[in-house]
Design a protein around this ligand. Structure first.
Ligand SMILES: *Cc1c(COP(=O)(O)O)cnc(C)c1O
Ligand code: SF4
Length: 376
């Protein structure tokens, strides 16, 4: 970060300049433990902001905010079936930094830097390790997208795009916005959670010049919705930028229906729409965060019908091997025949509905049971 004497460093720049990258900042460990964590941080970079460190209440892994940001000896566990890139993102890359998996939309990794390295990150293989892509490689991505009119949606990801300067980000966004077949641009960012002061009015004004522009942020625990984080989300929304949230289901953090429901409620209060809850990917170095799929389904059962409909995200398994995102929902269909569907509601009660559409679509008599007025 270059210091300009004429202009004091902004609060968010202080957060980065004073960021913590030394595991010895974790108090109370033995020399042996520090040495072990140093080896882990060498393989998987450690960096966090004083702000996010300050959200820790208990300085040990029983604390959900500690667990997400602090290196852990379990990162070197290998269950055998774990991979560095289980989603095969690199295999679907027609040009560097771009994954083109779905026909109409692409994932564009604009940087490998984050404001905090989540220990459970799916891109653990590369975050914090490679420099920001040089302009000619970014230009190659713009050229690819320009040459592919079937692409209508570009998702800026990383790393965290908001670790770039406003100027660098605007160059990327405006270059994409100029492409006639691009309908919308969206950005995934953890910044409102880990360095909320980065979401300045100037940034929001810039993003608002490229509507429709959507932001998906990333909160995993209700304690992360501090006044500062709410203000960052509010600033985006007040500038007309819809904000969603992608949450990762994490053991010891939010694998509890009550915690998850409280998180969804806090997001709605902050005008953030819950978008996805991800089942943890099979990423090497992150297995200690993984819950069972049954736990995810139990959480979805506790949300759907029990709280505000748009506070209920989709529960997603990103299929290993590049199959893409697949929604997993608790079973609601008890029976489905040509005549009827039998459904289970949120309380476990069972209801019927005629399966066929308009009466002219069905064989005479089929609807008799439900609509006696059709009887001849
Ligand atoms: C998640 C993802 C997208 C966007 O998916 P949506 O379900 O539309 O949010 C696009 N490309 C890749 C490779 C992805 O992993
Ligand atoms: S901010 Fe996103 S990309 Fe960066 S470490 Fe966390 S999950 Fe990974």
């Amino acid at each position: 970060m270059s210091k300009k004497p004429s202009r004091p460093r902004a609060e968010w720049q202080d957060q980065l300049a004073q960021g913590i990258r030394d595991v010895r900042a974790i108090p109370g460990l033995t020399e042996e433990q520090y040495v072990r964590l140093e080896a882990i941080a060498k393989e998987y970079p450690f960096f966090t902001t004083p702000y996010y460190l300050g959200l820790i209440e208990t300085m040990d892994p029983s604390d959900p905010v500690f667990l997400q940001q602090m290196p852990d000896p379990r990162e070197f566990e290998d269950a055998g079936f774990l991979e560095d890139d289980p989603l095969d993102e690199e295999a679907d890359m027609p040009v560097r930094h771009l994954t083109h998996r779905y026909p109409d939309r692409v994932l564009f990794v604009v940087t490998h830097t984050c404001a905090m390295y989540c220990r459970f990150c799916t891109r653990k293989r590369k975050v914090g390790k490679n420099p920001v892509p040089p302009p000619d490689e970014l230009q190659a991505v713009f050229d690819y997208i320009s040459a592919h009119p079937e692409i209508r949606d570009v998702l800026l990801s990383g790393g965290d795009p908001l670790t770039l300067t406003d100027g660098a980000l605007e160059w990327i966004i405006s270059s994409l916005h100029e492409i006639p077949h691009i309908d919308l641009i969206r950005m995934g960012t953890k910044i409102p959670c880990v360095n909320p002061a980065r979401v300045t009015d100037e940034l929001c004004e810039m993003l608002a010049r490229y509507q429709p522009f959507y932001v998906n942020t990333h909160f995993n625990h209700p304690r992360e919705l501090t006044p500062e984080a709410r203000e960052a989300c509010a600033r985006l929304v007040d500038h007309g930028i819809p904000v969603g949230c992608q949450t990762v289901l994490l053991r010891g953090v939010n694998d509890d229906p009550e915690v998850m429901k409280q998180l969804m409620h806090e997001l709605l209060k902050a005008r953030v729409k819950p978008y996805y809850i991800y089942q943890a990917d099979l990423v090497k170095g992150t297995d200690y965060f993984r819950t069972s799929v049954q736990k995810g389904l139990e959480i979805m059962e506790a949300l759907q019908g029990h709280t505000t409909g748009f506070g209920v995200p989709q529960y997603i398994i990103d299929a290993p091997g590049g199959g893409g995102k697949i929604p997993v929902t608790p079973e609601r269909i008890v029976e489905l025949t040509e005549e009827k569907i039998v459904l289970r509601n949120y309380e476990g009660r069972v209801y019927e509905y005629p399966a066929a559409g308009h009466a002219s679509d069905v064989a005479p008599g089929t609807l008799r049971e439900y609509f006696p007025e059709f009887n001849e």
